[in-house]
Ligand binder design. Structure first.
Ligand code: FAD
Length: 391
């Protein structure tokens, strides 16, 4: 870890917070109005404040933060702006994905990801099928290339990225194999086109585009890691990435609670601040309880992950609880604000929309319930062995 002391780490956190609130927060109304994040303009500042290299290991020029150390950074970004959070979330999760590459691939890509000169995005979701093993995207080996055909949509950072990690089937007729793999497709490869998609409800300003692959010749060398590892790589990076989404939801929920508290003290009806009304206090108490619970399940998952444990169940539980909790908290924050909260000029209106992306990205509630129930029913759920006897 690059920070020699706890004080040095805390100073870094403070610097990031100051940057986000002093330099980025004033840009939020413009980003919301234009539905555009001026990424090229912001890139040098993000680099200066270590917003690209948090999770890149020190050996590749990054800060090499643990996930527990990174979480407060991500949470603060989510408090300021959801679109920016979505962009940086995909960048940091892609670092985890690229770490599953071969040593020379890590050496080639991670140092440039650390400086923000290289953005990588990941393509799982497809318009014509489900994700993972339901993928219709396929690449057939012809000589020293794979010919990739298929479509991926809703791919965050497609406008800015130079490298696209595409989950697909790779087939080799001479060997008679068909494997699920990740291919690294470079912007500009023949037959690869990117089509912008419509603007989003919340987390605005980031790009989420449609990728078309028409017989794209991808060199064999561009298989991330090796052929057949795709499912393992998907599970490995999503396991931690989904906890990061829970951390982002925590940021949105905390900010909504802070704003609701401030507003409840300020707004006077019938001669008294609404904060003195029991009904409003009820909303605030329920919001704070959700925030507290969300903070602690994510902390538990991150602590275990940093200690080297696998956390597949915790990851889905964090994601499931987070999307429901942030939904409840932003609902109540809107109610505390009354009609003014519904106006575009209100930050609650923005947080309310930002929170809804947490339901969708990296798996809907249905999918996480399926994952959790499957572990409960098919295997002995590892969760019940880990320290639960103490509580
Ligand atoms: C702003 C934004 C950014 C995104 N960024 C990325 C990105 O960078 N990379 C990427 O790969 N994807 C990205 N996504 C896609 C996102 O991960 C998916 O939208 C999400 O996982 C849901 O998948 P889907 O859209 O295919 O929904 P569908 O699979 O069409 O689901 C529709 C409904 O059916 C349910 N359903 C589907 N299959 C089943 C099943 N087998 N059993 C029970 N219920 C089922 C779902 O739970 C859901 O309620 C992004 C999405 C958005 C909105």
């Amino acid at each position: 870890m690059i920070f020699p002391t706890e004080a040095a780490y805390r100073a870094y956190l403070q610097e990031v917070r100051d940057f986000l609130w002093q330099e980025i927060d004033p840009l939020v109304p413009q980003i919301e109005r234009d539905e555009f994040i001026p990424f090229d303009q912001l890139r040098p500042q993000f680099r200066q404040h270590h917003l690209f290299d948090c999770l890149v290991p020190e050996a590749y020029g990054g800060l090499g933060l643990s996930t527990m150390q990174y979480a407060p950074v991500l949470k603060e970004i989510a408090k300021v702006h959801g679109g920016l959070r979505a962009m940086l979330h995909v960048h940091h999760s892609s670092v985890h994905l690229m770490e599953t590459g071969r040593p020379e691939q890590r050496q080639r890509y991670l140092p440039r990801m650390a400086t923000g000169d290289l953005l990588v995005c990941f393509g799982l979701t497809e318009p014509d099928s489900g994700s993972g093993l339901d993928s219709q995207s396929h690449a057939v080996r012809q000589g020293d290339v794979y010919r990739l055909t298929g479509r991926k949509h809703l791919i965050t950072n497609a406008r800015e990225a130079d490298l696209f990690a595409v989950f697909c089937f790779t087939a080799d007729a001479t060997r008679g194999t068909r494997e699920f793999s990740v291919l690294l497709v470079e912007r500009g490869m023949p037959g690869f086109t990117i089509e912008p998609m419509a603007h989003t409800m919340g987390c605005v300003g980031a790009s989420h585009d449609l990728l078309h692959f028409d017989q794209v010749p991808v060199p064999l060398d561009n298989v991330l890691g090796r052929e057949g590892l795709g499912l393992q790589q998907q599970m490995a990076f999503l396991e931690i990435s989904r906890v990061f989404i829970a951390v982002a939801a925590l940021g949105t929920a905390e900010r909504a609670l802070e704003l609701a508290l401030a507003w409840a003290k300020q707004r006077v009806t019938f001669g008294r601040p609404i904060a003195e009304r029991q009904a409003v206090q009820g909303y605030l108490a329920e919001m704070a309880t959700d925030v507290y619970a969300l903070r602690h399940i994510t902390l538990d998952a991150l602590r275990k992950y940093d200690a080297g444990q696998r956390i597949p169940e915790e990851s889905s539980m964090c994601k499931l609880f987070a999307m429901e909790a942030v939904g409840r908290v932003t609902d109540k924050a809107l109610l505390v604000h009354g009609g003014l909260g519904y106006l575009k000029s209100s930050r609650i209106e923005m947080l309310y929309r930002d929170a809804r992306l947490n339901w969708l990205e990296e798996g809907t509630p249905t999918i996480h319930k399926l994952i959790i129930a499957r572990t409960l029913l098919e295997e002995e759920c590892a969760l019940f062995g880990r320290g639960t006897e103490l509580l």
